[in-house]
Design a protein around this ligand. Structure first.
Ligand code: NDP
Ligand code: 2IT
Length: 459
């Protein structure tokens, strides 16, 4: 399991007022280290903007930004293939709707709990604000584990999950999508149940749908592609490109596979992929058709890749891809997977850039080391925003009953990633932290969110 979450006691924020806010937040959200960590990172970025724009420095405002508007927890009863009754817990945290309807993915993973959903919803709120699009933030999911379950079991689970969740959704209210453990198959079952219960073809209520029934071109690829497009922008600022660079990727799910695809398209030599069991290192570069066959078609494990690939690849059980010498690291699996020890190893090998395909995969200690060493670091709320931005393209097509061709969607995705990069870069510069995409992303998102909330009477 990922490690490296720093304890609350080891952190302090600039300024006694922010410090007090953080202390209160920890007291009111006990036992939720990921949520505390995500909130800390944002609060620690805000001092320059609160000083420069006193109209946004209302402590009540920041307190409200850190408090979800609504938290829904529900029972999900279902039956497995042997007829055994099972029960799991469902969550939807509707975090902030100042800028648009709640928008964010659903995660099915046994580790999921309320604190993790809150961290993801909080990150999503800032990510969505940063896109400049009209979407608020939310997140949800369940502690159900789809690994090893039959299609029929996954279907029954999804139907039960939606039987409760549907009453909270709507194209103007709350629009889920996928995340870990939730891909095209699950979105299909969820949408089918939503349609059955409501008797409405309300395609704008879920994104990540199949292209034949309301989905958008490129939504499946968008998060991984977008992460690499953001990375290319960061390298470009430094007079470099991806061509010929060695890249290591963690994970082998939706985000990882499409990050590998885009990185290879731009000339990179991608060396690794991983899952929770270990990683593969392929000296010849990852064979993407083989990887897709194993992970997407067969829903198999990454060790099978080494079995089938031949001598260029080996499987390292229990290992971490960050031990492999690389120019660029792309964490695309889960939170806190790249810790200070891993960052130290990456730096010893001369890493130049890290872009987060996953949400908060890099621990605060690792981010600090990378920044101090001058490595280009793209935080998830900026680098992986291409997924949710393409969800908005899907919603736009649903609202107008249109289907755009792939080139049009691709051009819009490229444009949004460039714009997000520019916003982060320019904001970091403007607030005296040049090259720091973390402060740039947090301040730019905060400015938009705070302005919207204040104008609406802080509700
Ligand atoms: P998938 O379920 O498709 O893939 C997840 C991958 O990460 C799998 O290879 C999985 O391995 C691995 N993984 C999951 N949990 C752990 C863990 N605790 N330790 C080690 N490996 C783990 O999910 P996605 O690719 O969609 O999501 C990956 C990340 O990207 C997440 O952080 C998600 O929040 C983020 N993200 C996703 C977006 C999307 O559009 N899907 C958009 C933006 C961000 P295994 O199969 O062994 O569990
Ligand atoms: O973390 C994320 O941005 C997602 N899981 C995608 C959210 C979305 O609504 O497309």
């Amino acid at each position: 399991m990922p490690s490296g979450t720093r304890t609350r006691a080891s952190r302090s924020l600039p300024g006694p007022r922010l410090d007090r806010l953080y202390t209160t937040l920890c007291r009111r959200n006990p036992g939720e280290p990921e949520f505390q960590q995500a909130a800390h990172e944002v609060l620690a970025s805000l001092a320059p903007v609160l000083e420069a724009r006193p109209e946004l420095a209302d402590p009540g405002l920041i307190e409200r930004i850190a408090e979800p508007e609504r938290q829904i927890i529900f029972r999900v009863p279902w039956q497995d293939d042997s007829g055994v009754p099972r029960v799991h817990r469902g969550f939807r945290v509707e975090f902030n709707s100042a800028l648009g309807p709640y928008k964010g993915g659903l995660r099915f993973h046994p580790s999921l709990n309320l604190g993790i959903v809150k961290f993801l919803g909080f990150e999503q709120t800032f990510k969505n604000a940063l896109t400049g699009l009209g979407i608020g933030g939310g997140k949800g999911g369940s502690d159900f584990d789809p690994h090893g379950r039959s299609d029929a079991e996954v279907m029954r689970f999804c139907q039960s999950f939606m039987t409760e969740l549907h009453r909270h959704l709507g194209e103007h209210t709350d629009i889920p999508a996928g995340d870990i453990g939730v891909g095209g198959r699950e979105i299909g079952y969820l949408f089918g149940q939503y349609r059955r219960i409501t008797n409405r073809w309300e395609s704008g209520t879920l994104t990540g749908k199949g292209r034949e029934w309301g989905g958008s071109e490129l939504r499946t690829q968008a998060t991984g592609y977008g992460t690499v497009l953001f990375l290319a922008e960061m390298l470009n600022v430094r007079g470099e490109s991806l061509d010929g660079q060695r890249v290591t990727v963690s994970g082998s799910g939706n985000v990882a596979i499409h990050a590998i695809e885009k990185a290879q398209e731009l000339g990179a030599h991608v060396l690794t992929a991983a899952d929770s069991g270990g990683y593969v290192l392929d000296e010849k570069g990852m064979d993407l058709p083989l990887l897709k066959q194993i992970k997407e078609v067969e829903r198999g494990r990454i060790r099978t890749y080494a079995d089938r690939r031949g001598t260029s690849a080996r499987y390292v059980p229990g290992g971490r891809v960050w031990d492999v010498p690389t120019d660029v690291a792309l964490p695309c699996a889960t939170q806190n997977e790249l810790d200070a020890e891993a960052a130290t190893t990456l730096l010893a090998h001369g890493v130049k850039a890290v872009a987060e395909g996953a949400n908060m995969p890099t621990t605060p200690g690792a981010v600090h080391l990378l920044h101090r060493a001058g490595v280009a670091f793209g935080p998830g709320k900026a680098a992986n925003a291409g997924g949710v931005a393409t969800s908005v393209l899907e919603m736009q097509q649903n609202a107008t009953r249109q289907t755009w061709p792939p080139e049009e969607t691709a051009a819009k995705l490229t444009a949004v990633m460039r714009r997000i990069h520019h916003t982060c870069y320019e904001t970091a510069d403007r607030f005296g932290t040049p090259g720091n995409y973390v402060t740039g992303a947090n301040i730019a998102a905060f400015e938009r969110l705070a302005t919207g909330m204040l104008a609406q009477g802080l509700v």
